[in-house]
Structure formats: structure tokens, C-alpha cells
Design a protein around this ligand. Structure first.
Ligand SMILES: N[C@@H](CCC(=O)N[C@@H](CS)C(=O)NCC(=O)O)C(=O)O
Length: 209
């Protein structure tokens, strides 16, 4: 198949997988784990010299970095029934700024929260680290809450790849009560995004892995 997405769904590969499912793309899922050395083989390093998933291989065009993978697929396969890509300069501005914002302002703390509140074995978790990460996230989440006061989606009047990029990080902190209490609009928007059939399909992939 011409389009391949590398990486277990239980990883940042969920981002391009979500986009591919939204767009109904014909793709092959190369279900590669990130533990155990699979991303350190010469074959995989030829796809991504950083040794990380996800990677999108579009008939020889290689994309790594999960947000770049999601943005690439949305742009590359726009124009079908559902478009997740920008249709106006204003939408493009929103898609770019929110996607970069979530990586730079939120992702690290969201991951710390997730690891130390749920993902790591209980005996290795440090609740203090989860609390501190949650506290740091209060500031950027206020900005997102404000943006969503008057709109249902991040860019334009419809679901776009910006919603995929930001919701895929916010999903990591949906259990963070202080954040969610402070950000009711973010909570509503997030639940709306996560209820989409394409996201649910990716969740089923995780369960069946
Ligand atoms: N900034 C990168 C991070 C990629 C990343 O860290 N992927 C993890 C899985 S979610 C991975 O491959 N880890 C294996 C390793 O670092 O050796 C992205 O967004 O794609």
C-alpha cells in the first residue's frame, strides 16, 4: 500500500491515525512498539533517524514528528468529502498557531501529568510531579478556555486538524480535576472531539493491540 503509518496506536501515532480515520484514507498500519528496540533497527532508523514513532511514509515521502504527520495528512488529502485542512488564511493561522502552541506550551506537562497520575506503575509515580505539572498547565489552559468562549472548534466553524492536534494532548489531562474545573468550555469541546467515531476507532486499535 502506498500510504503507511508506523507506530502503535498507544503512542503519539494516534495523531496521524486519527486524521487518517477521519479522512477515510486507505493506509497500512505498521503497528510498531516504541519499547524493546523496534525503533532502533537500521531499517527503522532509515525512516526516522531520531528512532521515534510515528512515521508516515507516503509512497516514499517520509514525515516524522506526530504533529507534522497529522498536518501533512490533512493537507495532502484535502479536497475529499471531509476536509481537515485550512480553507482560508484565518483557518491556516489558527491551525498552525494552536498546533505549535500545544506542543510548546502544554505537551511536556501534560505527559508528566499522565505518567505520574496513571501510566506508570503506582510504586513509581510521584504525585507531586503530577500536581506541579497540573498547576503549570493552568496558565495555557486559560488561553484555550478563552478562545473557546465564542466558538465550538479551534479553527473556523468546523472540526479541523487543529482540533486533532490539541485534543490529542488535552486527552492526557482529562482526569486533571483542577484544570477541568477551571476550563469548562475546554472540557465540553474535548468530550465532543473524543466522541468522534474516528477517535473511537483509534481507541479500539489500542484495546486490540
Ligand atoms: N516529538 C515527537 C516525539 C515522538 C516520541 O517520543 N515517540 C515515542 C512514542 S510516543 C517514542 O517513539 N519513543 C521511543 C524512544 O524515544 O526511544 C513526536 O511528536 O513525534
Amino acid at each position: 500500500m502506498a500510504l503507511k503509518i508506523y507506530g502503535t496506536a498507544a503512542s503519539r501515532a494516534a495523531r496521524p491515525l486519527w486524521v487518517a480515520e477521519e479522512l477515510g484514507l486507505d493506509y497500512e498500519h505498521m503497528d510498531l512498539p516504541y519499547l524493546g528496540g523496534a525503533t532502533r533497527t537500521p531499517e527503522f532508523l532509515a525512516l526516522n533517524p531520531n528512532g521515534r514513532i510515528p512515521v508516515v511514509d507516503d509512497d516514499g515521502v517520509l514525515v516524522w514528528e506526530s504533529m507534522a504527520c497529522a498536518l501533512y495528512l490533512a493537507e495532502r488529502f484535502k479536497g475529499g468529502g471531509l476536509s481537515l485542512a485550512a480553507e482560508t488564511p484565518a483557518e491556516l493561522a489558527d491551525i498552525l498557531r494552536w498546533s505549535f502552541w500545544v506542543v510548546n506550551e502544554c505537551e511536556k506537562d501534560a505527559l508528566t501529568y499522565l505518567m505520574h497520575s496513571a501510566l506508570m506503575p503506582p510504586e513509581r509515580r510521584k504525585p507531586q510531579l503530577a500536581d506541579e505539572a497540573q498547576r503549570r498547565l493552568l496558565t495555557p489552559l486559560r488561553v484555550l478556555e478563552q478562545h473557546l468562549q465564542t466558538r465550538r472548534y479551534l479553527a473556523g466553524e468546523r472540526f479541523t486538524v487543529a482540533d486533532v492536534c490539541v485534543a490529542s494532548v488535552m486527552a492526557w489531562v482529562q482526569g486533571a480535576s483542577a484544570l477541568m474545573v477551571q476550563s469548562p468550555r475546554v472540557g465540553e469541546w474535548l468530550q465532543h472531539c473524543l466522541a468522534r467515531p474516528a477517535f473511537q476507532t483509534v481507541q479500539l486499535m489500542i484495546k486490540s493491540e
